[in-house]
Write a protein that binds this ligand. Sequence first.
Ligand SMILES: [Cu+2]
Length: 597
Amino acid sequence: MISRIPQICALGLASLCFGSVHAGVYAQQTPNSVCARPPVGSVVAEARDLRSQGGVLKVNLAVHNASETGEPARFCYVADDGSQSPTLRLRPGDLLILNLKNALTGSEYATGVSKPHHSQPSAKANDDPCSSGAMTLTSTNLHFHGLTVPPKCHEDEVLKTSIQPDDPPFEYRFRIPDDEPPGLYWYHPHIHGFSKAQVLAGLSGAMIIEGIERANPELAGLPERVLVIRDQDLLNPNAPPNKSEPVVPKMLIDHDGDAANTGTGFGKPAKDLSINFVPVPYPDYPTAVLKMKPNERQFWRVLNASAITYLNLEILYGRRPQQIGIVALDGVPVNTNGVAANRVLWRNRIGIPPGGRVEFIVKGPPPGVTGLFVTRTVDTGVGGENDPNRAIVSIVPAEDAPEPRSKLEASPKPLAPAGLPWLGDVAPVRTRRLYFSEKLLDPNDPNSATTFYLTVDGQVPTPFNPSSDVPNIIVKQGDVEDWIIENRSTELHAFHIHQVHFMLLDWFGTPANEPFLRDTINVPFYDGRTLQYPSVKIRLDFRDPNAVGTFVYHCHLLEHEDGGMMGLIRVEPAGDTKTAARTVPTKNSPRRTSAVN
Ligand SMILES: [Cu+2]
C-alpha cells in the first residue's frame, strides 16, 4: 500500500507532498492579545534572551492565561517587556532572582482545560506559598529542570511550594552551582495534578548555562539557536487525515481522550506540535520556516517541552537524513567524562522524551535545497498515544538569512575538568528495583479511568500521595546507586528524577554504558510477548551536596505524573545516621502508617 504513494508522503510528511508551506483549509491559531501565538507557517522567531549581568540575573515573570471558545487554552510567562517565555541565560556561579507573579484568572476549570480525572485538587492549605501545597489549575510554581539546585523553597522545591493568583510576586533566588555543566535546561510549573494542563497550554521556557564552547572546542564561534518544541491540543480535532496518508485501520481514543497509537506512523496525533510557539497543526502539518545561510554550521539547542509527546528528530535534505553532531544531552556535554574523543556523537536521528534536550551541530542545506526538520513516529505501545511522522520546520537556504542573535565565544578558555571521578568508574553502593504499572478502573473497559504507579519493588503500589512526607527511597549524599526500572504497562514511559543526573547502563537488555549523562530516559513498553518485563538500568549520582533534601522522580509524560506515577526520595546529608524507619510499608511488612508519621 505504501509503495503506491510518493515516498515522502509515505513518511507522513504531508507538507512536502504539497510542496508548500502554506496552511490548508483547517483552523489556524490566530494571534490574540493575551498569550499571543504566531500564525501557522511563520518564521521561527527566537525567544527574548535575558542575560545575567555582573553575576546576577533579575527577572520578573507573570503567568497569564487566555482562551477563546473552540481553541486550546493558552497559558504564558510574560516578562516585563511583554515578551513570552524568555530564555534565561546565566553562567555557573551566577545568582538568579526570579519574581513569579501568578496572574491566572478564571475559576479552576473555566479556562478551556478539562478537569483531570486522576487527581482531586486540594484546597489552599494556608497563606504561605512555601507550605501551601494547594493544587489547582490556577496555582503555580516553578521547577528548574536539570539544575542541581537544592530542593528548598525559593529554590527548586515543587512538593509544597504553590503560588496563588492573589499572592504577591514570589521570589525564586539561588546561585547556579559553580560546577553546573554548561548546556540547555528549562523551567516549567510542577503542580501535581495540573502539570499537564499548564505545560500543554504553553508554560515552559529555556534556560541556558553559558559556556558549552568551553567544554567542547568544536563549538567555538558557532551561531546558536534555541528551539523549543511544545505540544498542544489539536487545532483541528475532527479533521480526517491528509489524503496523502495511507488509511490506517485503528483510530481509537485512549483513556485520556487522545488519539491512541496506531503503530503505523500515520493517523491523527494525540497532540499538535509547535516550535517556538509556531503551531504545526494536524492534518496537513504546514511547516514553520527557518532560514539559514547555505551550508552554514550552526549550533541548535532543542528542548522537548511537550507535555506528552515523544520526539524522534531527524533533518532531511533532498529527502536524505543528515548527520547531526550531538554535543550535549539533557544539559550535560557528552564529553563530560573527560574523554576528548567523545566530543561529538554523529547521528542521523535522535529520540527525545518529553522533558529531554539535545544540543547539536547542524550544517545548513546547500543552495536551492529546502530541508526539513521532522519528527519520526515513536511506537508508544498499544496503550500509548499516537506520535506519527510529521514535519515541523522547513529549512530554507538563503544568502540573506539573518544570523541567530547569539554566537558562542570564538576563543573560549577551556572548562576545568570535573571535580569528581566519572560516574561510570564509581562502584554503586546498592541496586534498587522500581517499576511502572497501570490499573484500569474497569479491567474490561480500556477507556475507563487509569491509575498510574511508579513503585519501588517490594512496596505496595500506591499513586503518589501529595499529602504524605514519607519517602519511598532514602539515599545518603555521596552515594552512587544503580536502579533497574521496569515497565509492566503496555505503553512507553519517560523516567525523570529531579536534582540529579544519571548514566544509562543498560536499555532493554542491551548494555549501553553511555559515556554521558541524562536526566530523562524512555523505558520501553511491555508487549505481552517477552518473558521478562522490559527495563532500563541507570547509575544515579547522589554525590552533589546540593541534592540533599526531599524531591521526586516520576514519569515525564505529565498526564501520568499527574495521575500518580511519581515517588518521593530523600537524600540524607552524608554522615547522618538517622535514616532507618520512615519508609513506606512493603507488601510483606505490616503497614507502618500513623505510627511513623
Ligand atoms: Cu508515563
